[in-house]
Design a protein around this ligand. Structure first.
Ligand code: ADP
Length: 378
């Protein structure tokens, strides 16, 4: 059985999972990289911690049983539309994409570089968050601005969370036995995004050139009138840096009510807190709007799939977001929803509603092995 190590190197953490086929042999997270008083000063040190943790369990990085390493890379731009075997050339191209993802791609690259140094003999594969969305049409990908400017600066919809949307849309179609169906995936974690998927191909997604667009998130605003940015600068006297923080790090649920964790918001909601009520209603209204939009984009819908920390664990979000859509064939059975069933729509509903736990590491491992076997065949 092929063994794959999956590495997800974020700006301040490295998550890893070692798999044998679909089976998890080991997993963990190294956190607080580079923070004051953290024992882990940088990504090199973090990867050494990962290697030591694996070695402690007799699963060392030096094991000859290790087949490959799969890396999550956030931004593949227009260059990478599928998982890719890492070479010097590929690394150079991921570097070129840093301006599109200045927080994420450098961390991903460091993970790749350190892992290659530790195991130069081992094939390593980059799996891009954007790749699953590369199939969306020009109509869905193009922003209505001057085309020369857009082209020169690579401005278009890329979409993110693609590994999760790929995995969940496939699992959802399988769960209701409609493998070639139309699926709306609602990935609701700290970040949140929706996608419309037809016969396994993504046709639209809510995150845009950056992860800021679309749904209301823990700390990101999602959609807003772009002229608000101009107004904040001109009239509000804010710098670009301050606006960035306002929208990306102090927006969303945090900006609306002071809590970004949906559990805390729901507790306050139950206690009748008006700020939490407003935040929750804005969150669910936006979700409902995207469900309607993607219904129209797809024409017909077989499954709506909820995933991510909020999507998997909040019956209240699921039933509130989909309330009042019976005319579209969409309904949530309150008992099934509260009980934590996988299928939460009534039996006679035209559109199935499913709760599908996402598994990005498993998807990365599978895609990594696919690339390896393709390379070995080719
Ligand atoms: P990430 O996007 O960082 O991978 P997750 O997908 O794990 O995060 O989602 C994290 C979020 O899930 C938390 O911020 C929290 O709001 C939400 N969450 C987790 N458990 C629950 C729950 N039982 N009820 C409501 N929300 C939950």
């Amino acid at each position: 059985m092929s063994r794959v190590l999956v590495l997800n190197s974020g700006s301040s953490s490295v998550k890893y999972r070692l798999l044998s086929g679909d089976e998890r042999l080991a997993s963990g997270t190294v956190e607080r990289i580079g923070e004051d008083s953290s024992p882990v000063p940088d990504h090199e040190a973090a990867l050494k911690v990962v290697a030591a943790e694996l070695a402690d369990r007799g699963l060392g990085l030096d094991s000859s049983e290790l087949t490959a390493i799969g890396h999550r890379v956030v931004h593949g731009g227009k260059t990478f539309t599928e998982p890719t075997l890492i070479t010097d050339e590929v690394i150079r191209k991921i570097e070129e994409l840093v301006p599109l993802a200045p927080l994420h791609n450098p961390a991903n690259l460091t993970g790749i570089e350190v892992a290659r140094r530790l195991r130069p003999d081992l094939p390593q594969v980059a799996v891009f968050d954007t790749a699953f969305h590369s199939t969306i049409s020009p109509a869905a990908a193009t922003y209505a601005i001057d085309r020369e400017v857009a082209e020169r600066l690579s401005i278009r919809r890329y979409g993110f969370h693609g590994t999760s949307h790929a995995y969940v849309s496939r699992e959802a179609a399988r769960a209701v036995d409609r493998p070639l169906g139309n699926v709306i995936v609602l990935h609701l974690g700290n970040g949140a995004s929706a996608s419309a998927v037809s016969a396994g191909r993504c046709v639209d997604t809510s995150m845009g050139m950056t992860p800021l667009e679309g749904l209301v998130m823990g700390t990101r605003s999602g959609d807003l009138d772009p002229a608000i940015v101009l107004y904040l600068g001109r009239t509000g006297g804010m710098s670009l840096e301050e606006i960035d923080v306002l929208l990306n790090r102090r927006g969303g649920m945090l900006g609306l009510c002071g809590d970004n964790d949906m559990r805390a918001v729901q507790e306050r909601l139950a206690a009748g807190d008006p700020d939490a009520e407003l935040a929750f209603s804005v969150y669910c209204h936006r979700l409902r709007k995207y469900v309607g939009a993607y219904y129209a984009v797809l024409g017909t819908v077989d499954v709506i799939a909820f995933t991510g920390g909020v999507g998997e664990n909040s019956p209240l979000v699921r039933e509130t977001a989909l309330a009042g859509l019976e005319a579209l064939g969409i309904a949530v059975d309150p008992v099934r929803n509260r009980r934590g069933d996988r299928l939460i729509s009534p039996d006679d509903a035209a559109v199935k509603v499913a709760v599908i736990p996402t598994d990005e590491e498993l998807e990365i491992a599978r895609q990594t092995l696919e690339v390896i076997s393709r390379t070995n065949r080719g």
